[in-house]
Design a protein around this ligand. Structure first.
Ligand code: A3P
Length: 354
């Protein structure tokens, strides 16, 4: 970490303005509405607060899809760009905090670090909604975040030398995490809560926020096999088991490995502690409610919950868990990728209390 006086937080992206105009989910913010295209797409009520639309085999919330199409059609990547990618609820917030703290470690002091006063989503911009306004004036190398499936990315990302870091997680824990997150979102947007069973069924059908998860994960996995020097594939469970080891891997891939002196001085541990769930969750900034997307209220606190491996055990019965595992195995079997399955650790399985 920096030892000189801390400079201003000049590496932060422009802050999003709250948008209080009348909701028009297909409008996006300063981007084309793609109304004609969008009107032809299959839609589903899903289990999120807004309608889901199926575009090129994936389901997107209607307030995000215009941004995704815009990204696909107009985003121009620079070779030095670094993309943090994930299926939602797989550890994106943590990855953003770790990447930001690592790349800026000589810029900020711990005592006055931007992560103590800014949510990680305000430190690294998400480009799925109105990318242009979010990346304006960003210095190089830019670190950007997206949940966009690999197949939908613009050729300027897929065909360039930019680096991509993808984090995945056991689909059962993703589903549970998403259910909590969504109900919190529904509550803050005054929408009736959704039952776990209904959410589970739709998740298994792939009808969910950026779903289906199996295609999302598989596309990035296969790309990481094709181009390991350009796509780093991380697993949330492995990061929890060995945060320091995975942070070093991340730093190396980002082109800023920790020096022996930094390791000796405990910089790796400092970053791990700064970005830990316990630390971030208890910061005042992450307890406050904020708007971070147009027309939908996101609550910063909803990004920090338990951060445990196997929380699905508290919410799914064994039949559900085996069913979801079976779907995942059928979709990704034979690819060399595994996502935690009941069989891996079922000695600790217990029926959830009803
Ligand atoms: P749980 O709901 O299982 O607790 P995302 O950031 O992709 O939305 O993922 C959210 C999940 O990551 C939540 O999981 C959340 O608690 C967990 N998480 C958030 N910040 C974390 C951190 N700093 N370390 C570990 N896990 C974190």
């Amino acid at each position: 970490m920096a030892t000189s006086p801390s400079p201003s937080h000049d590496s932060l992206p422009p802050k999003q303005q709250e948008d209080n105009s009348e909701p028009d989910p297909t409008r996006g913010q300063g981007i084309p509405a793609y109304k004609e295209l969008i009107s032809t797409l299959p839609s589903h009520k899903g289990w999120h607060p807004t309608l889901l639309l199926k575009y090129q085999d994936f389901w997107f919330p209607e307030y995000i899809l215009p941004g995704i199409i815009n990204l696909q059609q107009h985003f121009k990547a620079c070779p030095s760009d670094l993309f943090l990618m994930s299926y939602p609820k797989s550890g994106t917030t943590w990855l953003k905090a770790l990447a930001f703290a690592t790349i800026n470690r000589n810029r900020y002091q711990l005592a006055n670090h931007p992560l103590l006063s800014h949510n990680p989503h305000d430190c690294i911009p998400v480009i799925d909604v109105d990318f242009a306004s979010r990346i304006e004036g960003m210095p190089s190398p830019r670190i950007l975040q997206s949940h966009c499936p690999f197949s939908l990315l613009p050729d300027s990302i897929k065909g360039s030398d930019c680096r991509i870091i993808y984090v995945c997680r056991d689909a059962k824990d993703v589903m549970v995490s998403d259910w909590f997150f969504t109900n919190r979102l529904r509550r803050s947007n005054e929408v009736e809560l959704v039952q776990f069973g209904k959410a589970f069924e739709l998740f298994c059908e792939g009808i969910c926020y950026y779903g289906p998860i199996w295609d999302h994960v598989l596309e990035y996995w296969e790309e990481s096999l094709r181009r390991p020097e350009r796509v780093l594939f991380l697993k949330y469970e492995e990061m929890l088991a060995d945060p320091a080891g995975n942070l070093k891997k991340l730093a190396e891939f980002m082109g800023c490995p920790f020096s022996p002196d930094e390791e000796k001085d405990g910089v790796v541990g400092e970053i791990v502690r700064l970005c830990s769930l316990e630390k971030l969750k208890n910061l005042e900034v992450n307890k406050r409610s904020e708007f971070i997307m147009p027309h939908i209220k996101f609550d910063y606190g909803s990004y920090f919950r338990k951060g445990e491996v196997g929380d699905w055990r508290n919410h799914m019965n064994l039949e559900m868990a085996l069913r979801l595992d079976g779907i995942i195995r059928e979709k990704i079997g034979g690819t060399g990728l595994t996502l935690g399955s009941v069989g891996d650790s079922d000695s600790s399985y217990r029926q959830p209390s009803s």
